[in-house]
Design a protein around this ligand. Structure first.
Ligand SMILES: Nc1ncnc2c1ncn2[C@@H]1O[C@H](COP(=O)(O)OP(=O)(O)OP(=O)(O)O)[C@@H](O)[C@H]1O
Length: 227
């Protein structure tokens, strides 16, 4: 089966203040429907890798493929469309627009694609909120809900365009154990019921141990997890 994401010999250098080889020959594949976690010491390059895999950073060597299509070298406008259509992203902090309603926050990425009518987008946003058990919050301002609820809204927003893969950079890093478990269960359900692929950077060993595979990073390399 064609991998959802494939990294081939990715190297990344930061040049300021001095040249620093941050990612070294990263090669691995994410098969469809796999729930993968990435672990490794602080500073080993996890976030840097995720930014490349999510097409937000294009300054690297090597090749990145999404569903078999080579993305490296594509122009920014094309990449941003491919990203919006295929990749959902959840961060440690939710980055919701506090003055907007929960529903509007979830609808925004679908409006960017302009593929559906406003009515269809609203319908889909309600469906995502229902799936995450937060439909009752739809009309509340995003600034007026709890931290755990905000993260569930951020997940709903990441899912609105029905991506092939959901990526997360420590999405439970800011949550208490109850809300972390809640987010883990949501991810598991998305994998099992929707066949979604997930790639999640985490420092939480319990979280990672329950995913299908742990990619272990050390000093810019993948050193474990059958890449
Ligand atoms: N823009 C930048 N310029 C120079 N060096 C950077 C830049 N961004 C990150 N780094 C360095 O690259 C290394 C990897 O950073 P990265 O954020 O990817 O690590 P990480 O594994 O995600 O760490 P953490 O677990 O603490 O979030 C670190 O040494 C960091 O200081």
């Amino acid at each position: 089966m064609t991998p959802v994401i494939e990294a081939r010999h990715i190297d990344k250098f930061f040049t300021s203040p001095v040249e620093f080889h941050v990612l070294k020959d990263i090669t691995f594949q994410i098969p469809p429907g796999e729930f993968t976690s990435i672990m490794g010491k602080s500073g080993c390059g996890k976030s840097t890798l995720l930014y490349i895999l999510s097409t937000m950073d294009t300054d690297y060597r090597g090749e990145l493929l999404l569903k078999g299509e080579v993305l490296s070298g594509k122009p920014q406008n094309r990449l941003s469309r491919i990203r919006n259509e295929n990749i959902g992203f959840v961060f440690q902090f939710h980055y919701l627009l506090g003055d907007f309603s929960v529903l509007e926050n979830v609808m925004l990425p679908a409006r960017k694609l302009a593929r559906k009518s406003e009515e269809e987008i609203r319908h889909d946003a309600h469906e995502k909120l229902r799936m995450l058990h937060i439909e009752h919050l739809a009309l509340k301002k995003a600034s007026r809900i709890s931290g755990g609820e905000k993260q569930r809204v951020a997940i709903a927003r990441a899912l609105i365009n029905d991506p092939a893969i959901l990526m997360g950079d420590e999405p439970t890093g800011n949550l208490d154990s109850y809300n972390s478990e809640n987010v883990f269960q949501i991810f598991k359900q998305l994998k099992e019921e929707k066949g979604l692929s997930l790639l999640i950077v985490t420092h939480d060993e319990d979280f990672a141990s329950r995913t299908d595979r742990i990619l272990e990073m050390d000093d810019g390399r993948i050193v474990g997890g059958n890449p």
